[in-house]
Structures are given as C-alpha cells and as structure tokens.
Design a protein around this ligand. Structure first.
Ligand SMILES: Nc1nc2c(ncn2[C@@H]2O[C@H](COP(=O)(O)OP(=O)(O)OP(=O)(O)O)[C@@H](O)[C@H]2O)c(=O)[nH]1
Ligand SMILES: [Mg+2]
Length: 403
C-alpha cells in the first residue's frame, strides 16, 4: 500500500515538475508575432502608454557595436535578449567623412545654380549700361532661381542703390556687392546647428518630416553618419510604417555605421515605433535618436494628424530637440506650400534642402527661410552617403558666384 502511495506521490511530483518546465520554457519563448497589419481606422487614436512597448516585437537581433549597461533595476525580466553572438554578420562599420568643409568640397555640385544664379547675375551687372531692361533681366534671373518675389525686390533695390553710388564698376567690386547682398538675403546670424545635445538629459531627439520622395530617409541616414563621425551613438526610429521597405532602407543606413534601428510591424502605429525608439535610446544610453517618418499613409487619417500624434507621443519622454523639414529643392514653389502645411502641425526648427545638386533653383534657400522664418540647416548635394553638408551661407554664396 505504501509503495502505491509512494508511486502516486512520485508521479505527481514528476508531472508537476514537467508542467513547470513546460510553463518555464514557454515563458522563455520570444514575444508573439506582430498583430495583423490592418489598423482599425475607426478606433479612436490610442496613444501608447508606458508599458505598451512590450507589444512591439523585437524581431531582430540587436546589432550594437558595444556593450551597453542598462540603468539599474530597469531591465524587466520579460525582455530577454536573443543570443546574438553567432547571428551577427561580419558588418564592416564605415567611417564617414568629417563634416567640416563639406560644402566647399561639394561646391561643384551647385554648378547649375552657379551658372544661372551667380554667374548670370554677374554677367548682367557687368553690362556697360544698367538700364531698366537689364534690371528687369536681373529680376527675372532671381525669380527663375526661385528666390521669391519679395526677396528679389529687396535684392534688386539694394543692388541698384549701391551700383549708383559706386559709379564705375570693376568686376571685383560687382562680385563683392553681389556677395554682400546675397548674404543679406540668406542671413548670416541664424543658428544653423542641428540640436542634438539637450542640456541635462540624453538622448537628443530629432524628427524628420516631409512629403514622400523628398529625401527624408536618405537624410536621416546621412545625418546618422554625420553624428557617428562626430562620436555620437545613434538609434534610428523607423516611424514610416507605410511599407516594410522603408524600415529596411533606414536599417541599411544604420547598419553601415553601427546604429541600431527600432522598427514596428508594417502598417503599425508610427507613434508607438517613435516612442519605442526613444525608450530604446534611453535604455542604451545613446546620444541621439533620429526618427524617420512617412510621407504618405496607409490609413485615411491625414498625414498631418499622424505627425502631430507622433510628436505628442514622443514628447511623453522629452521635448523634441529638432524637427527637420525635408524639402526637395527641385520642386520650387510646391515646396513652399508643403512647408506651410507642415509648419502648422509640428514646430519646424530647421530645413533640409535636398537635391540642390543639378538644380538651377538654388534661390529656394532664401524663399523657404522667409516662408517659415526657420533656417536652412543642412543641404543635400547628391545621392552619396556623405553628400549632406551643413549649410554655411558664406560658402554657399561663394560657390554660387565663384571666386
Ligand atoms: N540627387 C540627389 N538625390 C537625392 C538627394 N537626397 C535624396 N535623394 C534621392 O531621392 C530619392 C528619395 O529619397 P528618400 O530618402 O527615399 O525619400 P523619402 O522622403 O524618404 O521618401 P518616402 O519614404 O517615399 O516618403 C532617393 O533616390 C534618394 O537617393 C540629394 O541631395 N541629391
Ligand atoms: Mg522614406
């Protein structure tokens, strides 16, 4: 009898232990796959709260280039790192070019703006008789280069006045005048530094916005390189969930310089991806989080509503340090209309003008700053990884009018 009881007891113990093992191993399984992609557009916008981020699948090994200490006690048991060691490909981390003097190095890329705007103006100003027709041609040149009506008027008035005072003119004097007047239009006293180092906290948070195809993702990738080159650790947030390829594109940029990319399911909530990216940046002790956003949407929610929401949700962590509006310089006046719309929803703090290489419309720099009252901080001068330059008015004008 005793043996029977003993057997039963042993059986119960063994079964219990097995059950425990099963439960235990289930707990160790990776987080469940993402929910189906179709978002419920009728539901009121649900803003993520602290803790919601656990729902975002961590579906990729973390590719950090260094060990990062999590803050004490903040690592919840549920977040289990997959064993990444053998999965890491032998990624070669690139060392980006330094940013100093990039605009000067890339000046030849401005050749079309240089010919129409800079050289065109100089040629006109060098005419023996500066009659009304010539001044009209000067005006047309400026308007064609997208300088904008009001700034064009100011520049022509300023030049007319100074040329009159000057009397006879040498080419050197004319170049000097034009240089000064162009610089006056562009402005030399604006703060064009991309703010990534907020006081007393980390990480700096930068959001990149703009309509589709302007160069947001490319710019985010190039900016990550610039920051890494300057010694910062960077986390990228793929808040363009419109298509998986968008996140892949960003992640590829990140991997080249060893920046980790936070992404969500295709069609998922961009705001929660952005929220998670900043959370991750905090946990990893990163210096900067760059958030790439969509230029168009899955849902019927307006792009602007969505951007507003991304901004609000990210600001549950901390205020955004920069909101960069990316504008395609080749689209001219269209870009200005876009700028106005974006500025109403998110406070734009800086403009990135892309595709300035090969366009004659370099004057858009002036027009867009006027439109928004916000400085151009970066310019895109090509598709290459390091073809993004800090915008320096002097170097820009010198490139336009030659030396
Ligand atoms: N020539 C030139 N091409 C650029 C520049 N910046 C971006 N591009 C190109 O513009 C195209 C679109 O760039 P993306 O970065 O994908 O644009 P996006 O705004 O992220 O587009 P969506 O994600 O569709 O909204 C790419 O082919 C880029 O290589 C630039 O400064 N000069
Ligand atoms: Mg993109």
């Amino acid at each position: 009898m005793e043996t029977v009881i003993l057997a039963v007891v042993i059986a119960v113990v063994v079964l219990g232990a097995l059950g425990g093992l099963i439960v235990g191993s289930r707990r160790k399984k990776p987080l469940p796959p993402p929910p189906p992609a179709a978002p419920d557009i009728t539901a009121p916008p649900a803003e993520p709260h602290i803790g919601d981020e656990a729902e975002t699948p961590r579906d990729e090994p973390r590719r950090t280039i260094e060990e990062v200490d999590l803050p004490d006690g903040s690592a919840p048991a549920a977040v289990e790192e997959p064993p990444v060691v053998e999965e890491l490909p032998p990624t070669e981390i690139e060392v980006p070019e330094p940013t100093a003097g990039r605009l000067v190095r890339l000046r030849a890329r401005l050749s079309r703006s240089q010919n129409t705007l800079g050289k065109g103006l100089l040629a006109l100003l060098s005419r023996e008789h500066l009659d009304d027709d010539t001044w009209e041609e000067i005006e047309d040149t400026l308007l064609t280069a997208d300088v904008g009506v009001q700034p064009t008027q100011e520049l022509v008035d300023g030049l007319r006045e100074r040329v009159k005072v000057l009397g006879t003119r040498t080419p050197q004097e004319l170049r000097g005048l034009l240089r000064e007047e162009l610089l006056k239009l562009i402005g030399t006293d604006m703060d064009r530094v991309v703010k990534t180092e907020p006081e007393g906290r980390k990480p700096g948070i930068v959001m990149v916005v703009g309509v589709n195809g302007t160069g947001k993702t490319t710019t985010t990738g190039k900016l990550a390189r610039v920051l890494v080159a300057d010694g910062n650790s960077v986390v990228l947030g793929a808040a363009d969930t419109f298509r998986a390829a968008a996140a892949d594109q960003l992640q590829t940029w990140g991997e080249r310089v060893g920046a980790y990319t936070v992404r969500g399911p295709e069609g998922g909530d961009p705001a929660s991806v952005a929220f998670d990216a900043v959370k991750e940046g905090k946990e990893m002790g990163s210096d900067v989080v760059l958030i790439d956003t969509a230029g168009r949407l899955h849902t019927k929610t307006g792009l602007m509503d969505e951007l507003g929401k991304v901004k609000r949700v990210v600001e549950k962590h901390a205020p955004l340090d920069e909101v960069l509006l990316v504008l395609d310089a080749t689209t001219g006046q269209n870009g200005l209309v876009q700028a106005r719309v974006f500025a109403e929803v998110v406070d734009i703090t800086g403009i990135v003008l892309t595709k300035l290489d090969g366009t004659a419309k370099g004057g858009i720099v002036v027009a867009v700053q006027r439109e928004l009252g916000v400085p151009v901080k970066l310019v895109g001068l090509g598709e290459g990884a390091d073809d993004l330059a800090p915008f320096e008015p002097e170097a820009f004008v010198d490139a336009l009018i030659g030396e």
